[in-house]
Design a protein around this ligand. Structure first.
Ligand code: MG
Length: 309
């Protein structure tokens, strides 16, 4: 059996198992006629392999099922469809915690481990509540932390009583690469062109470096305004087509991540698109096939786009 037919069979088999009690073999033959002649041996081997744990797996699992199992987030809620996804780190990005009794702290939680209960003292980065309120109106907001849920869940309940954060991912969702906990954004179940991660540790997003915005680690500086500074940047990023292209262009041009630089890049990209459309529609210079026809034209040598406002 050639690979194409086998892959097609695996994929269809995954769907068939959800449909009915109908014999999968017969259903598959209806969908892929080539199977009428090639499938008997294939199903015999597959059934034997499933029944006998002493036999090594002969066929890899269906790619469709594997994909579903690896997705970390549930499908988007209706309210967040069409918005980009903002992934936030927790420790040293939104809060700082310590096991040492602190003179000043915002709140304390008890974390049980197998042998004793630890008191953990938490300080919240300045502006967290305002930041979460603002970004939740622009993005689907997710917290992705390398900490364990026993510690992070009660902490998130405290810092987000209004439920601005729509998803929580913990250590068990991280991938371990060279001994480090890495947040593999490709497992989120979201299109990577629409995903931004803010994390004080660039190692966390090393698998998708052009989705990341770094932030200075926070410990106790009450004058810190880094979250507030990120808001105009994030507002500008809601308008870009592909987060990765924008952040890559900024780095390639040695430009800092700022709302002005993102707006300029976005504007250049928009003008290039109009230029390409113009070349394909009208050699005289007027872009004449859309509502924009009175707004744009080219100069005499057809090199520069002029905007008529
Ligand atoms: Mg961190």
């Amino acid at each position: 059996m050639n690979n194409t037919v086998q892959e097609k069979a695996d994929l269809e088999l995954a769907k068939i198992s959800d449909y009915s009690d109908e014999q999968p073999e017969n259903a598959l033959i209806q969908i892929i006629p080539e199977f009428q002649y090639k499938s008997r041996y294939y199903f015999f081997l597959k059934t034997i392999a499933a029944l006998c744990s002493c036999l090594p797996p002969i066929f890899k699992k269906s790619p469709a099922k594997n994909k579903e199992e690896n997705i970390l987030l549930p499908p988007r809620s209706i309210l967040s469809i069409g918005t980009k996804t903002l992934v936030l780190d927790l420790d040293e990005t939104l809060i700082h915690s310590s096991l040492k009794p602190a003179i000043y702290y915002d709140f304390m939680i008890n974390v049980d481990n197998q042998f004793k209960t630890h008191k953990v003292f938490i300080n919240i980065r300045p502006g967290v509540n305002e930041f979460l309120e603002k970004v939740s109106s622009l993005f689907e907001v997710i917290v992705f932390t390398a900490s364990i849920s026993k510690y992070a869940e009660p902490l998130l309940n405290k810092i987000d009583p209004n439920g601005y954060i729509k998803g929580r991912l913990f250590r068990d969702s991280c991938s371990i690469i060279n001994g480090n906990y890495v947040k593999d954004l490709s497992k989120l179940g979201r299109n990577l062109k629409d995903v931004i991660i803010i994390d004080n540790s660039p190692m966390s997003y090393s698998l998708q470096p052009y989705n990341g915005i770094p932030i200075i680690s926070w410990f106790d500086d009450k004058e810190d305004r880094e979250l507030e500074k990120l808001v105009p940047i994030l507002e500008e990023l809601t308008k870009v087509e592909d987060i990765r292209c924008t952040l890559k262009d900024l780095r390639a041009n040695k430009l800092k991540i700022s709302s002005e630089n993102i707006a300029n890049l976005n504007n250049q990209s928009f003008q290039q698109q109009i230029y390409i459309q113009k070349l394909s529609f009208d050699k005289k210079g007027l872009y004449n096939s859309s509502k924009r026809e009175t707004l744009f034209e080219f100069d005499d040598n057809e090199q520069n786009l002029q905007i008529n406002l």
